[in-house]
Every structure is written in structure tokens, then in C-alpha cells.
Design a binder for this molecule. Structure first.
Ligand SMILES: Cc1cc2nc3c(=O)[nH]c(=O)nc-3n(C[C@H](O)[C@H](O)[C@H](O)COP(=O)(O)OP(=O)(O)OC[C@H]3O[C@@H](n4cnc5c(N)ncnc54)[C@H](O)[C@@H]3O)c2cc1C
Length: 232
């Protein structure tokens, strides 16, 4: 019996498990390890700040997606010993012939100078929606935001979804217009890229749309620090 162990059962790990299970015979044992029972549909987090989706719309039990013939282990990976081909978890050890690492990535706003104490907080002026908790906090902040300036800043490339910042600002334009306060809110899109998007044709089209909607685009901007007291 040969053994494949997959670390992480997000979209990547789960798809790997499903494809391998279809391709490989029963002489291959496939185990997938994750420390979270819930599968998070991350693209759905874009819609939470606008009240279109709730947290529940974006999560389902992971086991619903694990194909039969794949063992799901709920445990936290703490280390890998490649010499001995063993994965070490909090509750046990798992040996493998082949290892697939699909533990994803997580945003770290607290690594930006000035945001060291950042955490999801509906009352704060510094928000993101790249985690479930922060998308829910931003929903509460957006709901009561009626006047002022909203800056959408891409702190650094790469990030999880290239198109989602652009989607967010156009949805914010729609959301504030729907709430009757768009005229009282300036929207600025600040990016380290050379334009609104990374592809030239889409950038040209979407920049014209941003102009129509009075969304200011500031390209070639490298974020150095955030001053939360004075809000710049
Ligand atoms: C707001 C937003 C919008 C997006 N929109 C799109 C889109 O429109 N189109 C698109 O293609 N992509 C989009 N993406 C990106 C896409 O959702 C991600 O790329 C994808 O979900 C990543 O899947 P993954 O399996 O690599 O990682 P994840 O889904 O993060 O899975 C990693 C798994 O590893 C587990 N794990 C991590 N560490 C450990 C550990 N030590 N022990 C045990 N388990 C561990 C985690 O619990 C998790 O289940 C978007 C992302 C965001 C945030």
C-alpha cells in the first residue's frame, strides 16, 4: 500500500484529493489533514461587506466535499520530517510516500507599519475582507458609513485574488448610491500596480468606468506606513 498525505483541505487540497482518488487504484491510501471542520468559500467574502451574503452562506462542512475513499483527519499540522517521511500533528503522526502541501496563505495586515495592533473590529477605520471575521466586521462598518473618504489600498502584491479589489470599489460605488450617501463619500483606489488592473486592456476599460463613477485611481504607490490617529 502506498500512502499520499495532503495537508490542508481548502479548495486546493480537496480538488487534489478528488482527482487523485479518481486516477489511482485502491492500492493507494489517501489521507487529508485539516484543523478546521468548515470549508470556507473565500470568493463569497467579497459579498459580505455589502450585506449580500452572510457568514453562513460562505461556509459548509468540509466532510461534504471529501470523496469516499479518502480519509479526513481533523488535526493541526505542527511539522514535517522529510527524512523520515512523517507529518507531525498535535494529536498524532502520519507517515507518507508522497506529501502534498496545500495549507493556503493568510493575509497579515498587522505586518504593515502602523497596523501592528490590527484586528477585525467593526468600529475601526482600517478594514479588510480577506478573512471571514474581517469581512463580517467590515459589513458593520460599511452599513453605518455615510460620509467621508474610503481608500481601497492594495498593500502588496501578490494577493489572493487579482480582480477582487476592482470588484470591491465598483460594488462600494453601487452600495453607497443605493444607501443615498454616494455624493458624500469619496472613493480612491490606491495600488502598487501601474493601473487599476494588471492586464492592459481590462485596465483601459475599467479606468474609463472608474472615471465615469468618480472613483480616483492612484497607481504606482508603495505603502510604507499607516497613521491610524490622523487617518492617512
Ligand atoms: C475575497 C476573496 C475573493 C476571491 N475571489 C476569487 C475568485 O473570484 N476566483 C478565484 O479563483 N479565486 C478567488 N479567491 C482566491 C481563492 O479563494 C483561494 O485562492 C483559494 O480558496 C485557496 O485555496 P487553498 O486550498 O490554496 O487554501 P485555503 O482555502 O486557505 O485552504 C488551506 C487549508 O489549510 C488548512 N491549514 C492551514 N494550516 C494548517 C495546519 N497547520 N494544520 C492543519 N490545517 C491547516 C486551513 O484550515 C485550510 O482549510 C478569492 C479569495 C478571497 C480572499
Amino acid at each position: 500500500m502506498k500512502k499520499i498525505v495532503i495537508l490542508g483541505s481548502g479548495a486546493g487540497g480537496t480538488m487534489c484529493a478528488a482527482k487523485l482518488r479518481r486516477e489511482l487504484g485502491r492500492d493507494w491510501e489517501i489521507t487529508i489533514i485539516d484543523n478546521d471542520e468548515m470549508h470556507h468559500y473565500q470568493p463569497g467574502w467579497l459579498f459580505i461587506p455589502f450585506g449580500i451574503y452572510t457568514a453562513d452562506d460562505c461556509q459548509k462542512p468540509k466532510r461534504d466535499f471529501i470523496p469516499s475513499g479518502v480519509e479526513f483527519v481533523l488535526d493541526e499540522v505542527v511539522g514535517v520530517n522529510p527524512d523520515k517521511r512523517v507529518v507531525e500533528c498535535k494529536k498524532g503522526k502520519y507517515d507518507y510516500d508522497y506529501l502534498i502541501v496545500a495549507t493556503g496563505c493568510h493575509p497579515a495586515p498587522e505586518e504593515v507599519d502602523g497596523l501592528e495592533n490590527w484586528k477585525p473590529d467593526p468600529k475601526a477605520n482600517e478594514q479588510t475582507f480577506f478573512t471571514l471575521e474581517s469581512a463580517c466586521a467590515l459589513y458593520k462598518r460599511m452599513k453605518y458609513f455615510e460620509k467621508g473618504k474610503m481608500i481601497f489600498n492594495i498593500a502588496e502584491m501578490p494577493h489572493k485574488c487579482p480582480v477582487v479589489p476592482m470588484e470591491f470599489i465598483f460594488m462600494a460605488d453601487w452600495f453607497f448610491a443605493k444607501n443615498g450617501c454616494r455624493d458624500n463619500i469619496e472613493i480612491e483606489f490606491v495600488t502598487p500596480n501601474t493601473g487599476l488592473f494588471t492586464k492592459p486592456i481590462a485596465t483601459k476599460v475599467m479606468t474609463a468606468t472608474a472615471e465615469e463613477k468618480e472613483i480616483l485611481v492612484t497607481p504606482n504607490f508603495d505603502l510604507e506606513t499607516v497613521n491610524t490617529e490622523e487617518k492617512y
